[in-house]
Design a protein around this ligand. Sequence first.
Ligand SMILES: [Fe+2]
Length: 405
Amino acid sequence: MNDFFRRFAGMPRRDFLTHAGAGLLGAGVAAATARAADADPADAPFAVVHGPVVQSPGTGEVTVTWHTNRPATAAVRCAVDGGEERVFVTSRDGLIPNDSTSHAVRVTGLAPGKPFTYTLVSREFKGYRTPYEVTHGETLTSGPFTCTPTDPAERPFSFIMWNDIHDKGKLLASMFDDTDWDDVDFVVLNGDIINDCITEQQAFRAFYDVCAARFGASLPLVFVRGNHETRGPWARRLREVVPGRGGEYYYSFPHGGAHFVVLDSGEDKPDGNKEYAGLVEFGSFRERQTRWLEADLASEAAKAARWKILLTHQPPAFEPDDGFGMREVRRLWQPLAEAAGARLWLSGHTHSFSWVRPGGAGGKTFHTVVNPPDATLRVDVRPEALRVTVTQQGGKRLHEEEIPA
Ligand SMILES: [Fe+2]
């Protein structure tokens, strides 16, 4: 343990909040959020005001995210694989961030599929007296929380997906209320959750706070960027709330015998469209992902998985006159998914329910599902079949299907 870690691990602290097992699935620090939000920002006590929300799973890895009301340095303390407590921090080019209220710490080396307990350590950073002397405020510890990292080994599990919420955080919360959370191992938000990125607060209201209140500390969130998350003055700062993995919004992860591929389908019109004011370059971005996808699906991890499941905001086009973005998804990524024998492709974007079986207008090997904005899509993964149910808010079952292996 180096000096920095010792400072975090051993310093006197005010235990901020203890939430292990609290709430439905281990809620975040919502009560403290409300108190801090009520106070004048300058007079408010230093506090965690949003989160935690655990994101972007990988084998034995998760990114823990949270937000403080003033800039801070951040660490996550946890016991890895039942051993000695370790402290994880984020650094960029060797420097630990001290000027941000947004915190994202990658925790690695966890035992796949085994719950681990963690606490957040937030130390207010007040500034530099000189380049060699800094001033800190209070140090808060938040937690403990418990989360289970994903696990490649085959076993039954479930996951749930929502999409196209377009800032309607209350709708998302009400669908959370109607959801059966039994056996759910992670949650997918498949794009256009924010209706054009104007402010950071918008992201908190649209999904972050309701996720934190319901499951964010306990279940990994897989956030798939949609075209509306690429728009607006705050779009280039989306990473402050949704960090992705390894600095990217496309990645894969194995879990329970399935190989999940997350891709970023970008904007839905050509880059030269006047809506984008010459400020986007999604053509080359999608091409880069295509090269990555080819290698990913050829990997031993992908080949070993019984199920290949793709997650993109825009679905592959079904008809020749579907939008440009959907046609690009089909042109670039569908042949690779077919060659790998993918069985399921989950999307949103069109705001209307679609289920396209293999062949015909869809991919040769996979079912394509477009989940509407007001519906919950649940997948129960079993060795013998994928069971997919799409349920509209209010309980109406839009579709139910078993996809055999
Ligand atoms: Fe969309």
